[in-house]
Design a protein around this ligand. Sequence first.
Ligand code: PXL
Length: 283
Amino acid sequence: MNIQKRVAAIHDISCFGRCSLTVALPIISATGVETAVIPTAVLSTHTGGLTGFTYRDLTDDIEKIVDHWISLNLRFDAIYTGFLGSFEQIDIISKTFDRLRSEGTMVIVDPVMADNGELYKIFPKDFPSGMKKLCEKADVIIPNITEAVMMLNEDYISGPYTCGYIESLLRRLGKINGRKAVLTGVSFNDEELGAASFDSETGKISYSFARRIPGYYHGTGDVFGSALTASLINGLSLEKATDIAVRFTVGSIQRTYDARTDIRFGVDFESGLKELAETVLKR
Ligand code: PXL
């Protein structure tokens, strides 16, 4: 008998624009994992380049949802968090980890808050220090370079980077949670872009690169994080999961680039779901 794995995905719902839960749910579900959700906020669209969006903060609902789940005695194989709706939610989610975690639950934190050297405008200046605290409780953290340097209290520099810089960042990131870190937005030249992973327990660093596609596509961090989470829950190694997530994300960007879709509308990950499921489940 195959016992189905269960994950709790804690992100906002951006009703249009393919990011956060509208990406995490289909991607993780496609790999055979039951995906329960805690929405942190409901927005008409994401906040990246689309103006006039609605915003309903769900901070007051989170603990009530968790109370009910506790009464049902649910077990989670993983908890995967992303965009949080308010500063206050950082503490609430930290407590949620303690309440929902049991033996073997993998906690994956994507400290969604910044990109391209800038903190998202909706977050206060002290948000990175709060996110760092949340990351301390995670088994796996998946920041981009901007989020990494903000948590480490350093200035952002744009790529391409040296190998020495990336490996120093990874080692210091690994000290935040003492476990595993996957850094996105890594480039050593103008032609390729990818991710690097670090396991603090073994000291192993691995890289996965793909050809850089022009343009800044929205929601790709969530596509990457969801594919990584799906692969890790299905038992793949950090190195293999990172490589699968890079290939799935780049494939999604390539299809969107070829179709000349508005870059604010997210990427065509849907057409890659079948192949992702086959790759992850084949192992
Ligand atoms: O993809 C990250 C993300 C998630 N949710 C919302 C966002 C963003 C990035 O801008 O605005 C609402």
